[in-house]
Design a protein around this ligand. Structure first.
Ligand code: ATP
Ligand code: MG
Ligand code: MG
Length: 547
């Protein structure tokens, strides 16, 4: 069963169905199209869609597009792509902006009932007169305008007679409520801005706390799941549904947001990284965005398994980013072909191997999954090995190549180093080795043992490739406020140029491989061209993380 992870929200749904309080579970995923989705959103997407799926309910994708200044159709399209890529199909596709007329009418209803008024105080004055946790707020001098005056002013707000910030519509609830959210919250504000969906039709826009419950009620949402910060807004949510006399009554439930180490998780902050060109766009493989994770090489399966494992609770916590890495390793372990790539090449000439001769060696594609079969790789007199698989003056316990030492070449032969060739600056540029034909891999040679096995590619047939290795974008543990800009890791990207096996010549964007000893890699979809292969390292092989 792909979704039966128990959590408190699932228990509520089961009770509601059993008690007949709801006939069909309806959830929604309600992003604001002001940026790309991140891994935190994936948690919410999985929760909403998997919950409804499990009980044969419905899930809407709804764009909460009530702030024209920050929203864009680019984001709408990216969000749709990401939700689909994660493997979910929405039932309804909606825009909050499709309900603007209905929301306006409900606001008029509130005014007529004496439950809302037009206020001339500035945003600053409203904030100052709201009071604090220990002090009640003070009433606005405009609070007792007549219904007629309010109706007239609200109509004129809509008509565009006032400038931004000149007036707002506020709920008339209770300025001394212990819950600050109920101290006459703003319902509508003026913004002369072109909206991505409604163009210039509107110059007043509903606030989240007014719009969201109405959107849920209009769509027949039964369980409206949001993050914990909205717990104190729930009384206002219920007030709006009740006072606006919505026929359907949705219920809000809160769960803890996902926070992760060494990253930022807010569209606003992620946008800053993009705008400041600290990263190469929203889909930079270092970003915690769905698009970034996809480009890095994460799979929907790994992200969904991660979301299931972190679960849903009501206590905030910070998840170790290593846990996400654990799930991509698990997913690719049996799926990704294993092959050899040399990231920092050092040429080796095998002096006793016949010049001009090439032989094909058998190599298993995945020893943990024999069904993946074997491939053939060329071997000849010149190969590349990894620079750090050789040391001229090694410490004890170094079992790789050094003058006089013998190592095993994976899938090939034992080789022994005899000569070290250096350039004028003294850098090692080439090694001369000999091989022992008796030691061919797969022949069962037991004559002697070597302690080191290294990887290689044949120099003549190797395919050049670029490798991009990533480290966390943000140093330190959890970011706080805007200080994350001071904590950017200057070494989060390392670009190397080396070689892969010739079999990879025709690989396509998003093909995934395990490079022996280096980790899992994804063919980068942005920079790979027919003439140039670029690989993103998804994760290295080793992990200290245990579930
Ligand atoms: P951000 O600050 O990153 O923009 P947001 O909550 O403002 O986040 P929305 O587009 O409004 O983003 O969110 C859509 C849905 O995704 C909401 O229901 C929200 O609760 C949920 N969500 C956003 N971030 C997280 C997170 N880190 N963990 C779990 N759910 C999240
Ligand atoms: Mg938001
Ligand atoms: Mg936000």
């Amino acid at each position: 069963n792909k979704s039966a992870t128990s959590n408190f929200i699932r228990s509520i749904v089961i009770e509601d169905l059993q008690a007949g309080r709801v006939k069909e579970v309806v959830t929604r995923f309600p992003p604001e199209p002001n940026g790309y989705l991140h891994i935190g959103h994936a948690k919410s997407i999985c929760l909403n869609f998997e919950l409804a799926d499990e009980f044969n309910g419905r899930t809407n994708l709804r764009f909460d597009d009530t702030n024209p200044l920050k929203e864009d159709t680019e984001y709408v399209e990216a969000i749709k792509e990401d939700v689909k890529w994660l493997g979910f199909e929405w039932d309804g596709l909606h825009f909050a902006s499709d309900y603007f007329e209905e929301m306006y009418n409900r606001a008029v209803l509130l005014i007529k009932k004496g439950k809302a008024y037009v206020d001339d105080l500035s945003a600053e004055e409203i904030r100052k007169t709201r009071g604090t946790l220990t002090e009640p707020g003070t009433e606005s001098p405009y609070r007792n305008r007549s219904v007629e005056e309010n109706l007239d002013l609200f109509q004129r707000m809509r008509n565009g007679e006032f400038k931004d910030g000149e007036k707002v519509l506020r709920a008339k609830i209770d300025m001394s409520s212990p819950n600050i959210n109920l101290r006459d919250p703003v319902l509508y504000r003026i913004a002369h801005a072109t909206h991505h969906n409604t163009g210039d039709k509107w110059c007043i826009y509903p606030m989240y706390d007014f719009a969201h419950p109405l959107e849920d009620a209009i769509e027949g949402v039964t369980h409206s799941l949001c993050s914990l910060e909205f717990e104190d807004h729930r009384p206002l949510y219920d007030w709006v549904v009740r006072e606006c006399e919505m026929e359907h009554v949705p219920r809000q439930y809160e769960f803890a947001r996902l926070n992760m180490t060494n990253t930022v998780m807010s569209k606003r902050k992620l946008k800053l990284l993009v705008d400041e060109k600290i990263v190469d766009g929203w889909d930079d493989p270092r970003m915690p965005t769905i698009a970034g994770l996809r480009r890095r090489g994460y799979t929907p399966e790994a992200i969904r398994a991660f979301a299931r494992e972190i679960g849903v609770s009501r206590s905030n916590s910070v998840v170790d980013a290593k846990m996400l890495e654990h799930f991509i390793r698990e997913d690719l372990k049996l799926k990704a072909p294993r092959t050899m790539a040399v990231l920092r090449p050092l040429k080796v000439v095998i002096t006793n191997y016949p010049e001009g001769q090439v032989e094909m060696l058998d190599a298993e594609n995945n020893p943990e999954n024999p069904e993946m079969g074997i491939r053939q790789i060329p071997f000849s007199r010149e190969i590349y090995i990894e620079q750090d698989d050789f040391m001229e003056n090694p410490p004890s316990k170094y079992f790789r190549l050094f003058p006089g030492n013998e190592v095993r070449l994976k899938h090939a032969y034992f080789i022994k180093c005899h000569d070290v060739i250096k350039d004028e600056q003294g850098n090692v540029v080439e090694l001369h080795c000999t091989y022992d034909p008796e030691t061919k891999s797969g022949t069962g040679f037991t004559g002697r043992k070597v302690k080191g096995t290294i990887h290689w590619v044949d120099a003549k047939h190797a395919v050049p490739a670029e490798f991009r290795l990533y480290e966390p974008l943000i140093l330190d543990g959890q970011e706080d406020g805007d200080s994350f800009l001071d904590n950017i890791n200057p070494n989060s990207l390392e670009t190397l140029h080396g070689f892969v096996e010739p079999n990879l010549k025709d690989c396509k964007p998003h093909d995934k491989f395990q490079f022996f000893r280096h980790g899992y890699f994804n063919v980068d979809p942005k920079y790979t061209t027919p003439d140039k292969l670029v690989f993103n390292r998804i994760v290295s092989l080793k992990s200290s993380f245990e579930l």
